[in-house]
Design a protein around this ligand. Structure first.
Ligand code: EPU
Length: 425
């Protein structure tokens, strides 16, 4: 079993580069299914979710070349192969195959998606959208079957603001007949990125990034070349790391507007955040103040940074309350942080943390992607040698993390340890 080992307490300084956005990548790649000629996507992160999607596109007959962050996808020979099991279960975003394959082939069979366990993660709003466009949707033995004679534009009001449902309905609607209007749409930057790719392919989309998106269906979409946006969650993770353990860190390849909610919270805590055009510099912080945080849909504080941020709060003076309004049970990092001496407890939908605490190294488990990122930050802050197990969760979303952190002076490395060393729950 591979683990990360970290000797904490080293001052981190220098420049760290952010990769392309995972949550865009996992939608841009399936979007290529809709094209009638090759699509090139540049700046993709080299993470396991991207490699899995490459395999999935190859499984349905796509020709895919991927190197140096550039993926060229030839969708011409793709077929609507049923994918009830296997790789689709490895990642949450395999649900985008539903929208893209329904859009192109008018039918698809995709196993219910996997991904991080953050409590209930229904896809009812995706299905509501597909049905409104004219698809018959059934759940047969854990796989979703979608069939339509034709797709017709419709007005769809999302009962829950959902990134996945917004993108999935866009994917299904771009080749439908007539106009689709998505109301109460999500506004995340990743949605704009996907709409940009689709528009460059020839789709007619207006309003991406606002809560009403209008799509006029077209007959055909063509290949194009697209450069992905930087990953705002990876950037945010590095900003939190810089505030917790940095001695002057420049975060490179970031759009400061995309991380504004975090920047505001960091400033409230006493962290200096210097914004450039595509860089953010965070000098050493001497004293951190406790703050309360509530996660909200974009442009609010992102749920994906709540877990890493909770580690920073263990270093702040006073009591902080973190409330996750998106995923009420996304607190699996807290038990692990307690092993490391954090003064923290979960109360309903919130976590209460008190600090500052001297974190102590321990052997801990990454239960999900962002819990894993939180534990890496905790390991960098703690006294002694921390071991993080189940790092496959971290590698789903953070590419070359070890190398990037070594580049700013972190004492972190990957090691293979015997299976019997696994921490039991
Ligand atoms: N929801 C429903 N019904 C639906 C869809 C969503 O009730 O049909 C609820 C969810 O249970 C949740 C809320 O709506 O409470 C928001 O979910 P959303 O659909 O926006 O989440 P998602 O699209 O499945 C994406 C990211 C997540 C991120 C969330 C929220 C991808 C592949 N995943 O998930 O990213 O936490 O948006 O911003 O884009 C991560 O990167 O670590 C991660 C989990």
């Amino acid at each position: 079993m591979d683990v990360y080992k970290i000797k904490g307490g080293k001052p981190l300084r220098g420049k760290i580069k952010v990769s392309g956005a995972k949550n865009s990548a996992v939608a841009l790649i399936p979007a290529s299914i809709l094209a009638s000629s090759p699509v090139t996507i540049e700046g993709l992160p080299e993470i396991s979710d991207v490699f899995t999607l490459q395999t999935l596109l190859e499984d349905i007959g796509g020709q895919v070349e991927f190197s140096g962050g550039k993926m060229v996808i030839d969708p011409r020979e793709m077929v609507a192969m049923p994918m009830p099991n296997g790789n689709v279960k490895k990642l949450r975003a395999s649900y985008y195959l539903m929208g893209a394959m329904l859009g192109r082939f008018k039918h698809a069979a995709i196993g219910l998606p996997g991904g991080c366990h953050l409590g209930p993660r229904p896809i009812d709003q995706h299905i509501k959208g597909f049905e409104a466009l004219g698809a018959k949707v059934t759940n047969e033995h854990g796989a979703i079957y979608l069939r339509a004679d034709e797709l017709r534009g419709a007005k769809i009001y999302l009962d829950v603001v959902s990134v996945g449902a917004t993108i999935n309905i866009m994917l299904a609607a771009v080749l439908a007949k007539g106009r689709t209007v998505i109301e109460n749409a999500a506004k995340e930057p990743e949605i704009i990125d996907v709409a940009t790719l689709l528009s460059n392919m020839g789709a007619k989309i207006k309003g991406a990034g606002t809560n009403v998106i209008r799509i006029d269906g077209v007959e055909q979409l063509n290949g194009t070349k697209h450069t992905i946006i930087p990953d705002r969650i990876e950037a945010g993770t590095f900003m939190i790391m810089a505030a917790a353990a940095g001695d002057g860190i420049t975060i490179d390849n970031v759009i400061p507007l995309h991380v504004e909610a975090l920047t505001a919270k960091l400033r409230e805590m006493g962290v200096e955040v210097e914004e450039g055009e595509e860089q953010i510099f965070i000098p050493k912080t001497e004293k951190l103040q406790a703050v309360d945080v509530k996660t909200l849909v974009y442009p609010g504080f992102p749920t994906d940074l709540q877990q890493p941020f909770s580690v920073l709060l263990t270093q702040a003076a006073g009591s902080s309350v973190v409330t996750d309004t998106i995923y009420s049970a996304r607190f699996k990092q807290i038990d692990e942080l307690r092993r490391m001496n954090a003064d923290s407890r979960v109360e309903g939908q919130s976590v209460i943390l008190s600090g500052p605490t001297k974190l102590e190294a321990a052997t801990v488990r990454a239960s999900d992607l962002r819990a894993g990122a939180a534990l890496v930050i905790a390991g960098l802050v703690a006294n002694g040698e921390t071991e993080i197990q189940e790092i496959q969760h971290i590698e789903r979303g953070y590419g070359s993390l070890i190398e990037k952190l070594q580049g700013i002076g972190a004492d972190i490395w990957k090691e293979t340890v015997p299976e019997e060393a696994v921490v039991k729950e």
